[in-house]
Design a protein around this ligand. Structure first.
Ligand code: NI
Length: 171
């Protein structure tokens, strides 16, 4: 396994829609294990392939606490097929938007289908933190970021800050 660089705002790739994965081959499996290492080191509870520069529909998740047994989940081509009317607010961060946090309302639970690394179709109904993480990561696959929950004015302020940071880093 190896740790991969995580792309950050304002990298335009973060706005690109990810393509479905057609064949789960050795490259896809290696990417999944590299994504887990990258996520655990970061540390984070979810990571989409596009965040390591690969715009394909795969995400990795693990919402277990540090003192719990890891609960790694890999989702390929995930789709939310049902979500609750009840909403839940959670403070979210994003590894591609360092040092930024935002309270976001999302459905309290979701039902999601996906392929696992063996290519088997899985269905999961879950709530709480895992439901929040799944929705956040699936947003990444559509090029959507947590700053899109802000008003346009506030979003532009955040984007400008990151543009300035990346300019400063290059000069
Ligand atoms: Ni994110």
């Amino acid at each position: 396994m190896s740790k991969l660089p995580i792309i950050t705002l304002p990298d335009p790739l973060l706005r690109q829609a990810s393509k479905p994965i057609e064949t789960i081959d050795a490259d896809v499996k290696r990417l999944a294990s590299d994504m887990f290492e990258t996520m655990y080191v970061a540390p984070g509870i979810g990571l989409a392939a596009v965040q390591v520069g690969v715009p394909r529909q795969m995400l990795v998740l693990d919402v277990a606490d540090d003192d719990e047994t890891p609960r790694p989940i890999t989702m390929i081509n995930p789709q939310i097929i049902e979500s609750s009317n009840e909403m839940r607010t959670h403070e979210e961060g994003c590894l591609s938007i360092p040092d930024f946090k935002l309270d976001i309302d999302r459905p309290d639970w979701v039902r999601v289908t996906y392929l696992d690394l063996d290519g088997k179709l899985q269905e999961l109904r879950t709530g709480g933190l895992l439901a929040t993480a799944i929705q956040h990561e699936i947003d990444h696959l559509r090029g959507k970021l947590i700053i899109d929950f802000l008003s346009r004015l506030k979003r532009d302020i955040v984007i400008r800050r990151f543009k300035k940071q990346s300019r400063d880093a290059m000069s």
